[in-house]
Design a protein around this ligand. Structure first.
Ligand code: AMP
Length: 418
């Protein structure tokens, strides 16, 4: 199946897709849409970046367009549960785009903002509701969301729900859904808990698996840059200066780390903003909006906040700190190379992060090439080829004295990296 024309989608949807410049379906779309249009349940193993949002949204919109129904107050015809507010807002945006010209009611419910607007929206009932579990449960508890007209349920990013501790909330929502419905579950990985959940949730599902993690990973040019912790801000600045034409997403391990990087970049007149859990919803939306509109070159994010970031022009991802959880590495670098594009991911690794690097390489089953020709190489660069199973931190310390040429940084920078 190579074009959207070959699907029996409602003409208005095809028009919207053409306007958005989608010519051919991505593999997850090509494989899922026909099953979903026939009403099958689906187990989709795919991560963000594969086009899975359209894979589940288009058949839902098609169903609503072809069989319009009078919705009663507080009722929902299709529910999409997703872990983060960014992801929820983004899915709603996409649905609005794909359903342009149709008279569908779509709403989004997530925490961190007032209840009022969401309650008012639900007052008339909606065709499609995109929600995060916590706030949805609040509104359900007060009778603002009812599921007796529900036809389709999508559980998006199920593994992430589990990682973020939302699975209990998800289950509480699930028990309120009618038994007769079409159910879709998407997950980037299939840990045992998720396959058990899938078995309890889905009836004779079609299984569609695209982009095993390595496929996205393989499309991305990855490099490790060994650098002393104190030199990370300088190396970052240097790389950003050399990549002024690129939108760059920088990941830090902590919220404070993200703020410190922004402060440092501000001082270097590089336009950036931070996005993390301590920021208000408005601040997060502004940061994302400015980054999307390319008003700022750099967005500095922590893992949780970055989950839903879908900006197609991210040309470079920089892991300023390596993530504690190797899976986050895959999610992080997947923010570049969106929808089949190529991307670059550079990861800074200081002497304390060697074990994390080892975990990542084990997960992706790729030995990430080391870039030695940068301005602030640490002795770690000499460890290329040394098994990561050895006590590398001792080797770092042992070799330090033998490379006196390394650039040093002043007190000010040290403060920023602490
Ligand atoms: P997703 O995995 O749903 O987050 O989608 C990743 C990106 O791919 C988003 O920017 C979509 O707008 C884009 N996209 C989805 N489907 C297509 C398609 N068929 N052709 C081109 N881009 C697409």
């Amino acid at each position: 199946m190579s074009t959207f024309e070959s699907f029996d989608l409602f003409p208005t949807i095809k028009k919207a897709l053409a306007q958005k410049g989608y010519t051919s379906p991505t593999p997850i779309q090509a494989q899922s849409i026909p099953h979903l249009m026939q009403g099958s349940d689906l187990l989709g193993i795919a991560q963000t970046g594969t086009g899975k949002t359209a894979a589940f949204s288009l058949p839902i919109i098609d169903r609503m367009a072809k069989s319009p129904l009078k919705i009663r107050p507080a009722r929902v015809r299709a529910l999409i549960l997703t872990p983060t507010r960014e992801l929820a807002a983004q899915i709603e945006d996409n649905i609005k785009y794909y359903s342009e010209g149709l008279n569908l009611k779509c709403a989004v419910i997530f925490g961190g903002v007032g209840h009022r607007k969401q309650i008012i929206q639900m007052g008339t009932g909606v065709d499609i509701l995109v929600a995060t579990p916590g706030r949805l449960l609040d509104l359900m508890g007060d009778g603002h969301v009812l599921f007796d007209q529900l036809e389709v349920f999508v559980l998006d990013e199920a593994d992430r729900m589990l990682d973020m501790g939302f699975i209990h909330d998800v289950k509480k929502v699930m028990v309120k859904l009618p038994k007769k419905r079409q159910t879709l579950l998407f997950s980037a990985t299939m840990p045992k808990d998720i396959s058990t959940l899938a078995a309890s949730l889905l009836k004779n599902p079609k299984r569609v698996e695209v982009t095993p993690q390595s496929t996205t990973v393989e499309r991305i040019e990855q490099k490790i840059l060994f650098v002393d912790r104190a030199n990370k801000p300088l190396l970052l600045k240097d790389i950003l200066h050399k990549n002024q034409n690129k939108s760059v997403l920088v990941f830090t391990r902590t919220k404070h780390g993200a703020n410190r990087v922004v402060k440092h970049l501000d001082a270097a007149a590089i336009k950036s903003a931070a996005i993390h859990g301590n920021k208000s919803q408005n601040a997060r939306e502004k940061a994302l909006g400015d980054f999307r509109a390319q008003k700022i070159q750099v967005l500095v994010a922590t893992d949780i906040a970055a989950r839903g970031i879908d900006v197609s022009h991210v040309g470079l991802v920089i892991n300023y700190d390596l993530p504690d959880d190797a899976k986050s590495y895959v999610h992080r670098i997947g923010r570049t190379a969106r929808a089949g594009r190529k991307g670059i991911a550079l990861s800074f690794c200081d002497g304390t992060e060697k074990n994390l690097l080892h975990d990542i390489e084990k997960l992706i089953q790729i030995k990430i090439p080391v870039q030695t020709d940068h301005e602030y190489p640490s002795d770690g660069a000499n460890l290329q080829g040394v098994s990561t199973k050895t006590d590398s931190s001792r080797r770092f310390r042992g070799r330090k004295k033998s490379t006196p040429k390394k650039k040093r940084v002043g007190q000010k920078t040290n403060e920023l990296t602490r």
